[in-house]
Design a protein around this ligand. Sequence first.
Ligand code: C2E
Ligand code: SIN
Ligand code: SIN
Ligand code: FE
Ligand code: FE
Length: 412
Amino acid sequence: MNFQYKRHTDYAQFPSRDVALIMKRIEGFNTLQDIDTILDKILEEARHLTKADAGSIFIAEDDRLLFGYVHNDSLFKKDEANEEIYVDFSVPVDHHSIVGYVASTGETIVIEDAYHLPEDSPYTFNSAYDQKSGYKTQSILAVPLHTFHGRLVGVMQLINAKDEAGKVIPFAKKTRDLIPLLANNAAVAVDRGIMNREMILRMVKMAELRDPTETGAHVQRVGAYSAEIYHQWAVRRGIDKQERSRKKDIIRLAAMLHDVGKVGIPDIILKKPDKLSGQEFDVMKWHTVYGGRLFINQTSDLDRMSMQIALNHHEKWAGGGYPGYIEDLMQSDVRMGTPKVKEEVPLSARIVSLADVFDALTSRRSYKEPWTDEKTLGIIEAESGRQFDPELVEVFFQILPVIKAIRSKYKD
Ligand code: C2E
Ligand code: SIN
Ligand code: SIN
Ligand code: FE
Ligand code: FE
């Protein structure tokens, strides 16, 4: 049987223990800043609550739902970087698809068997993903993500609830009734994550691109490459999951700000459609110091990492990068110092250096055509242990399919 019901739930009917447990777990939503890490955390908590094998979240934008994030315990290997989360597609908000129906009606939908919907059901199940992946969708719980004010932020779809023995069963009534509480808090967190990402993109457009119509695709790619390189590095190093997800969250945003110090570089140099002269390049090098200065008042881990990255992303593993050791960033006659080497360069900056150069080489610039992957990857390999931390180069090649998925999601 399939049925729909309204989203207003009277929480007084639940034992306060259940509600308290949920509240405790969703507190974690508030410690995260970036939209991707927030979506990941929401799916983790929602699947924990409902015992769902898989799930995805769509974000409402105008009259469409943009695919945002996916989990699938059966298909994806635990802890591994995953290209599926960077797939780029959307569905219209209408009554045809399950998520579209939830978005347009604001109703929660519970389905026992996706392949046996009632004849009169207004929506249909799209089995294309199952066919492509070999997955078998059965039970579905699709919930609108409404803020406490009732504004729709997105739709979460949970798939295949499992019993203790791992057998797929319908979603239990209790979890169905509790999920709106999680959904409200999730909606607020998603809202905040989108706002943070957009604020950073606005800063970058003003400071670095000087063009409000730019999409900021370069910085979103560098942010995502950096987050995934960090993730894989941390898995290899056995960093615990909580620390990993906290740092991954921060590095994505901080990496997007790596070149924000270009705000201090004159247009005539920044926008030169040609090779820079030695003198011009000497001016350009100051973007690292200007960037560092922007984060001199550090009130959060995000400020601290943004500073490390802005200042150090042009240092090189074997030395020879810039700006090197600087005694006092704020001093007016500050000079570039002795280049840092190896671990003297903070990990976050070593990661962004690799992500930035990969992106710069494979992109069109005012002064160069994009390089082929073959040529670019050849350079990266050759620079392992020279320009780049060799361990990070190894990690980069391990997750190359994910890197390529990111590139096709954030196109210029
Ligand atoms: P960007 O365009 O984001 O490039 C980041 C880094 O990617 C560069 O840091 C460099 O390490 C690498 N890269 C980019 N293009 C090439 C290339 O054609 N060959 C090689 N081998 N590496 C490349 P770098 O060199 O410190 O430059 C920092 C920034 O200075 C660049 O950021 C760009 O904004 C500017 N820039 C550098 N060279 C030129 C140039 O010839 N003309 C113009 N207009 N800007 C330049
Ligand atoms: C870290 O453990 O956070 C940094 C270690 C390194 O620089 O490799
Ligand atoms: C990190 O360890 O992941 C960030 C701190 C650093 O940049 O070294
Ligand atoms: Fe830079
Ligand atoms: Fe850059």
